[in-house]
Design a protein around this ligand. Structure first.
Ligand code: FPP
Ligand code: K
Ligand code: ZN
Length: 519
């Protein structure tokens, strides 16, 4: 692979662009935000990245070569080209041609940090997210069901960038009031049926707001009943009444139960009680274990293909059930899991793909990148023992800063794609995973950790209160030693490694409901 871009690769870039935009995603289509009209206006101004893409861009000398950068790896020996040409290998080569100029040069003409890598374009991203939080005209009605998501991604992104979001407080509480269903849970908007994804995004947004008014706006008892209806005899959860049973459901349900400090017994009207289930946790760890595929990753439901987004849901869910060092090895083959996670980091791109033989994408900076904090906590033993990273943090930082920042603000899947709140939120969450070292404080175990019997009658390590995920600590900026590729000013705010809300906000919410447990 030549270091510099040529006219030939420029043609390939345009093809890649159209091919990758055609390769649409089921869920990302549902979750992704269409650009707001104001961003559209920006696009039509002369130089959007499309124009940038069409010009062959010579590699620029300010940026250090790939070879000198990544943790001593000689990346010029990589990529390893697939000799069997397939649709997959062709689109991979084209994608590489699109991305390499951004890793080796600075086509967006961003200001560079002391390592020759673009600075985090903080102001531009803030502006982008503020626009994303704005009003949408009538033609965006189809997006109505994603309203809780748009709010959550934008708020989380803004706080990661260090912004104060208190100005949005009242509007957010008001918006979610109208999404809340009388029988429990939140829908996408007023009068819409409740859904676990909408409920998850709504609760997280209210946790970010973090005021007593936000907390008390949640009908906790109705939510408990609603979650009770999602519990399945298999041990898993459906996303909605009669909806699909997948690992997002399990994760969303555990996030909500634990943040709101809800009782772990199933309500008496929960249909799963008729099948012998009595608690929300019954059979759950085992069900998640069945989602680990032969590759080692985690899939949406038993028997499906392993995918990054579901891997994070599965691991984070297990981290809510108990200490990572206990629950992860109890239900998962850790060696196989680590092999699969490691294989997701693309070289020389440095970013992650979501599954075998697919393309790098900035949102997996979080869906895979954030898995490492959980896995490292599970395998590293005692709290302060700094283990060597199992992943190349610098390589991911470089992908995010060099290739996943859109010229005019917002973060993206890959060069040539449009920014959206989803990719902005999750690239920044991935950057937080890169920059900080999160660890699980096992010493805090002693005060919690009421032992309960598990199904086999052995003593399990799971608590009756789901308080494990409130025992995380962070060493700020300690993700990488001196050889890191970002400056202090490129540091994002700390994110809770399980809940993906600003540091401290999950604990604050939990504490509120420990002090006010009645409903
Ligand atoms: C594939 O898209 C994407 C998926 C199969 C999963 C998307 C799931 C989420 C984003 C998780 C949502 C999480 C919660 C908590 C509700 P693709 O085929 O376009 O992408 P790929 O080629 O990168 O696999
Ligand atoms: K994708
Ligand atoms: Zn993506």
């Amino acid at each position: 692979m030549s270091a510099s871009s040529s006219a030939a690769t420029s043609q390939a870039q345009s093809q890649t662009q159209s091919q990758t935009s055609r390769a649409s995603s089921r869920l990302e289509d549902i979750l992704a935000e269409p650009p707001s009209p104001r961003i559209e206006t920006l696009d039509s101004e002369e130089e959007e990245y499309e124009d940038v893409m069409e010009d062959p861009i010579p590699a620029q000398s300010q940026s250090p070569s790939l070879e000198s950068q990544f943790s001593g790896l000689k990346l010029f020996d990589i990529p390893i080209h697939d000799t069997l040409e397939t649709e997959t290998s062709i689109v991979q080569e084209e994608t590489l041609d699109t991305i390499l100029p951004y890793l080796e040069g600075n086509p967006n003409k961003f200001d560079l940090n002391s390592h020759g890598i673009p600075h985090l374009q903080r102001k531009k991203h803030v502006k982008f997210l503020e626009i994303a939080l704005g009003e949408y005209p009538a033609q965006f009605a189809a997006m109505d069901a994603s309203r809780p998501w748009l709010l959550y991604w934008s708020l989380q992104g803004l706080t990661a960038l260090g912004e104060d979001v208190s100005a949005y407080r009242e509007r957010i509480v008001y918006t979610f009031q109208s999404c809340q269903h009388p029988t429990g849970g939140f829908g996408g908007g007023h009068g819409q049926l409740p859904h676990l994804a909408g409920s998850y995004a709504s609760i997280l947004s209210l946790v970010i707001v973090g005021t007593p008014l936000a907390y008390t706006s949640i009908h906790r008892r109705a939510m408990w009943h609603y979650l009770g209806h999602m519990k399945q005899p298999s041990g898993g959860f459906t996303m909605a009444a009669n909806g699909e049973e997948d690992i997002r459901g399990a994760f969303c349900a555990m996030v909500i139960l634990s943040l709101l400090n809800l009782p772990l017994e199933l309500p008496s009207d929960a249909p799963a009680r008729k099948k012998g289930m009595t608690g929300f946790l019954d059979g759950l760890g085992e069900w998640i274990g069945r989602c680990q595929s032969y590759e080692g990753g985690i899939s949406a439901a038993p028997g499906n293909e392993a995918h990054g987004a579901y891997a994070f849901c599965g691991l984070a869910c297990l981290c809510i059930l108990g200490a990572p060092a206990t629950t992860l090895p109890k239900y998962l083959d850790m060696d196989l899991l680590i092999h699969w996670l490691s294989s997701r980091q693309c070289a020389p791109e440095g970013g992650y793909n979501g599954r075998t033989n697919k393309l790098v994408d900035g949102c997996y900076s979080h869906w895979i990148g954030s898995c490492w904090s959980l896995v490292e906590a599970a395998v590293s033993g005692k709290k302060k023992e700094q283990m060597r990273s199992l992943w190349d943090r610098n390589a991911l930082a470089r992908y995010i800063l060099s290739a996943a920042q859109s010229k005019k603000g917002g973060l993206i899947d890959k060069p040539g794609k449009r920014p959206d709140a989803y990719h902005t939120c999750y690239n920044l969450a991935g950057l937080s995973a890169v920059q900080n070292r999160y660890y699980y404080d096992a010493e805090e175990e002693e005060d919690g950790g009421v032992k309960i019997s598990d199904e086999d009658g052995e003593k399990g390590e799971m608590t009756t209160t789901l308080d494990a995920s409130f025992k995380w600590k962070v060493e700020l900026g300690k993700g990488v030693g001196k050889e890191r590729v970002w400056d202090d000013e490129d540091q994002v705010n700390v994110v809770h490694p399980v809940f993906i809300v600003p540091w401290g906000q999950a604990e604050k919410c939990r504490q509120y409901f420990e002090e006010n447990p009645g409903f």
